[in-house]
Ligand binder design. Structure first.
Ligand SMILES: NC(=O)c1ccc[n+]([C@@H]2O[C@H](COP(=O)([O-])OP(=O)(O)OC[C@H]3O[C@@H](n4cnc5c(N)ncnc54)[C@H](O)[C@@H]3O)[C@@H](O)[C@H]2O)c1
Length: 318
């Protein structure tokens, strides 16, 4: 059995991870997988998610916890363990750092959103939330598009400064601007990605303020959490979700549905975009991701196969 820690997982290239996310969407289209709704176990404000999934060759289980207040103690909100097993013999193949797998695959979910929904000419983008997912979103955004100015906003300025420091080493030609508030970031960006633990919309806007922009929401994963004001989804020409479960799970979709701001038929599965070359320009788009075990399965199996091929990780026996 292979043990893969954060350093080992970070050796796997972004292109392979994003291709594995694309593979997950292909499985959605072919329906050739077995994935129950993930189980949420709540303990006050903290949550444990149990995320199993089976494909033809592999099955995986991620145990991931979200402790929204961990940031106040300088700790990441998301932690976990990922187990990948063989779907013929049932043998466990690998144990991985679940937080690192999550950050990579979630970055790639946003990255594929950027690739399929935004014009290649986009130059100004913004990331709301400078935590683990915010950094990963920025990395995959910059991997997919030649961004000239990246706006960053976080409740804690220190987090935004740290994120800028990391990104500057990897993408020194980008201008990084830390904004004073979320409104300023949205006004200046044509692509806005939010990856926060916020329960309330991060900014205020009008239909004119959102028209023609692409919004990607990574954060809210409970009905009582919302990152974007209703105006965004109401004004959007197109609304996509990574899984239809998002309509139940995330306040970014569930709340406007409940308030009849939108109807269910406005919500489309992102998988339907695969195979389409370019997305029409000047449309207002909202893409909501809550994540799914199928991403973890395809990404962890790609990581495992590349790790075996390139001698990455540590072999362990039970
Ligand atoms: N869509 C998915 O597949 C997926 C996967 C993993 C995590 N998530 C979710 O993404 C969110 C972020 O996760 P993380 O691992 O980056 O957490 P984190 O604690 O590392 O970072 C969250 C950041 O958001 C900032 N923040 C919180 N409220 C804010 C506000 N109102 N305005 C600006 N910034 C604010 C915090 O200061 C922090 O820096 C969580 O809700 C998590 O559950 C989603």
């Amino acid at each position: 059995m292979l043990f893969l820690n954060k350093d080992a997982i970070q050796k796997i290239d972004q292109n392979s991870i994003q291709t594995a996310v694309e593979q997950a969407y292909r499985l959605v289209l072919s329906q050739n997988y077995n994935m129950p709704d993930r189980m949420h176990v709540a303990d006050n404000q903290n949550i444990l998610l149990l995320m199993p999934c089976f494909s033809e060759k592999f099955f995986s289980t991620k145990l991931v916890s979200v402790f929204p207040e961990a940031q106040q103690h300088g700790q990441p909100a998301v932690n976990g363990v990922m187990v990948l097993s063989d779907n013929v013999s049932g043998q466990p193949l690998a144990v991985m750092d679940g937080a690192a797998v999550t950050a990579q695959r979630t970055g790639a979910v946003g990255g594929l959103g950027v690739k399929l929904l935004t014009p290649e000419t986009v130059r100004a983008a913004g990331v709301l939330g400078a935590g683990v997912q915010g950094l990963s979103q920025a990395r995959y955004l910059l991997f997919n598009r030649k961004i000239k100015t990246l706006y960053i906003y976080d409740l804690y300025k220190e987090s935004a400064i740290n994120m800028t420091r990391v990104l500057k080493k990897e993408y020194p030609d980008v201008d990084y601007v830390i904004t004073e508030n979320a409104n300023q970031l949205v006004e200046n960006s044509s692509v806005i990605i939010a990856a926060t633990t916020s329960s309330n919309p991060l900014f205020e806007t009008t239909p004119d303020g959102v028209m023609g922009k692409i919004f990607i929401s990574i954060g809210s994963f409970r009905p009582d959490m919302q990152e974007f004001p209703d105006t965004v989804i109401e004004t959007a020409d197109d609304v996509f979700v990574d899984t239809l479960f998002a309509a139940k799970e995330s306040g970014d979709i569930a709340t406007p549905l409940k308030k009849h701001v939108i109807t269910k038929n406005k919500i489309k599965e992102f998988a339907g975009l695969l195979g389409k070359n370019t997305y029409p320009e000047n449309r207002t788009v909202f893409f909501k991701s809550v994540g799914m075990a199928l991403f973890d399965l395809t990404v962890s199996s790609a990581i495992y196969q590349l790790a075996v091929k390139n001698n990455i990780g540590q072999a362990l026996d039970f």
